[in-house]
Design a protein around this ligand. Structure first.
Ligand code: MAN
Length: 570
């Protein structure tokens, strides 16, 4: 076959022998992996892998000339490196280059990497004069020693270090998977806990509803009873009024009697004092002084004393005074009248009673309706400032009604609280917490990382924040809206960039950005033992992304991308 531009020709290496050079030991041509060995078994004719209609002599394999449209005849050289996976019509001077699919059939040059892991190196890097130890630790990609390049086999040391790291990675992965399992267990425990709360609340709510019915009935009963009392109390009968008047008149007379007695006693004592003076005067005056005035006074005293003195009168008074004492006692029931009975005497059935009894003939629903209307009207008057709350309740409502109403209101507010809790729990169970509810235990867990002038915070399924290190207000970078995914390129075991779909948490509607959108954050989840922010970036003004590790993102066996993994040739 043609060898235009072949550096092998330049190097003077016989192409027919190079096809098997250094590959005989593994009985497959250079650069072929065990996976593709079956295509190279026929040592007479080679059939292009993706185009079986095209056959070339086996000597064309690895002759440094691209014969097959898929490059499969050059597994060990860079002759077909120009074939691109993404451009099916790469121009060339071959007869087959018009409508054929030029997608390469092979993933790359296969490095056996004994002592480490086998790997593929892109064909462009074969014999390019650079040792590609990351992918080809045995240096076999530089087999032509272009420009004197010699790549020694470093697989032993690289493999050792890799195994050490791999062991660490595996340990960490195993631990992460254990944590992931624990999160699932915890999630189901939390779900169960909420379900239990829901059951308890449902039972509690039923009981509260029954209790409220009872309290409502009780309030109606007390209200009716109290309303009757109030009306009767206000409309006093004639007997009650008379009894009231008589009681106060008796009270007045009793007080007057007490005053008169006090005055009498005072006069008595003064008369007694005067009598004593005059009696002493009669004994001590001198009758030899012929004083007519004195003699007349003595005679008058003698006539007065002959009729009896004050002291004589007082001695007979004792029994009467005892009676007066009894009458004058303030709390005495000396009148013999039970005033209270007369004052509160229930009158015979009045028109008012009849009115109230009328309610008994009305359908309860109508009575309730009227009472509700009255209650709404009162509320209307209160809310419009016509009446005060106090006027509506305390002045017109008895303690019993207030207590019954308070008990009902307390029960109603407790019911409302429980109904709200029940609604929240039910909504929470409906919420998306990811597969197997796995994010449920993580919800609200916050992690942070310093970057530049800010500390960035991520609270799982709640929000992201930017906190200035030098103080100042925190800036919301979004609130959780949904789960999502993003496709990122990852380097696989063969040094290739492969697209990997990664789970994301989307946060939006954060604080608005000056001259920009409301802040938003995409949190890309990556497998890791702990929850940790690895990186924060502001991809566009006020549009942020974070790479966050969590065991939740760990899947598979932890040995990286398994695609195209060749058989280990350790
Ligand atoms: C603050 C921060 C930045 C953002 C600007 C936009 O400085 O939130 O991340 O880019 O505001 O004005």
């Amino acid at each position: 076959m043609r060898h235009s531009g072949s550096f092998l020709a330049f190097l003077g290496i016989a192409t027919c022998s190079t096809a098997w050079a250094a590959a005989n030991d593994a009985s497959r041509p250079r650069g072929v992996s065990p996976e593709f060995a079956k295509f190279y078994k026929d040592t007479t004719t080679f059939t292009c892998i993706s185009h079986p209609a095209i056959k070339v002599p086996f000597s064309s394999v690895n002759d440094d000339y691209c014969d097959c449209p898929d490059g499969s005849d050059e597994p060990g050289t860079s002759a077909c490196a120009h074939l691109s996976k993404h451009s099916p019509s790469t121009p060339s001077d071959h007869p087959w280059d018009t409508d054929l699919d030029l997608t390469p059939a092979l993933p790359g040059f296969y490095c056996k990497n004994k002592g480490h892991k086998p790997s593929y190196v892109p064909f462009q890097r074969v014999n390019d004069g650079v040792c590609d130890y990351e992918a080809c630790c045995d240096g076999s990609d530089e087999w032509a020693h272009v420009g004197g390049t010699k790549c020694e086999d470093r697989c032993k040391e690289i493999g050792k270090e890799w195994r050490k790291q791999e062991e660490k990675r595996q340990k960490s992965f195993t631990s992460a998977m254990k944590k992931k399992k624990e999160l699932v267990t915890e999630a189901s425990r939390l779900r169960k806990e909420i379900e239990d709360h829901i059951n308890d609340l449902e039972t509690e709510i039923k009981a509260e509803e029954i209790k409220i019915q009872g309290l409502e009935a009780e309030l109606h009963r007390v209200e009716k009873a109290e309303r009757g009392k109030v009306v009767k109390g206000k409309k006093k009968g004639k007997v009650n009024v008379l009894a009231g008047l008589a009681k106060s008149r008796v009270e007045e007379l009793r007080n007057a009697l007490v005053d008169v007695r006090d005055q009498r006693d005072e006069y008595h004592s003064r008369v007694k004092e005067l009598e004593e003076i005059l009696s002493k005067f009669k004994v001590e005056y001198n009758p030899n002084f012929n004083d007519e005035g004195v003699k007349r006074a003595v005679r008058s005293w003698e006539e007065y004393a002959a009729k009896g003195t004050a002291a004589d009168g007082i001695s007979g008074q004792a029994a009467k005074d005892r009676d007066l004492d009894e009458i004058s006692k303030p709390d005495s029931d000396s009148s013999g009248i039970n005033w209270e009975q007369w004052e509160n005497e229930e009158e015979r059935e009045t028109e008012i009673d009849l009115i109230y009894k009328l309610a008994a003939y009305l359908p309860p629903s109508l009575v309730d309706y009227l009472e509700d209307k009255l209650s709404s009207f009162k509320s209307f008057l209160v809310s419009n400032g016509v009446l005060t709350e106090a006027e509506v309740t305390s002045s017109s409502e008895s303690k019993a009604v207030t207590e019954a109403r308070d008990a009902l209101n307390a029960a109603k507010s407790s019911l409302t609280g429980d109904q709200n809790r029940l609604r929240d729990h039910r909504q929470d169970l409906e919420k998306d917490y990811g597969p197997e509810d796995i994010f449920r235990p993580l919800k609200g867990r916050c992690i942070s990382r310093d970057a530049g002038e800010y500390t960035y915070e991520h609270c799982f399924l709640e929000g992201t924040k930017q906190i200035p290190k030098k103080g100042g207000s925190r800036v919301g970078m979004g609130n959780f809206v949904r789960f999502g995914s993003v496709t990122l390129d990852e380097i696989n075991n063969y040094g290739e960039l492969i697209p990997v779909e990664m789970m994301t948490l989307e946060y939006a509607n954060g604080q608005s950005c000056w001259n920009g959108p409301n802040r938003s954050t995409t949190v890309v989840l990556q497998c890791g033992e702990e929850e940790e922010i690895l990186k924060v970036a502001e991809d566009e003004k006020c549009v942020y992304s974070m790479i966050v590790t969590t065991p939740v993102a760990c899947t598979g066996s932890g040995s990286g991308s398994d695609s195209k993994k060749g058989k280990d040739e350790l």
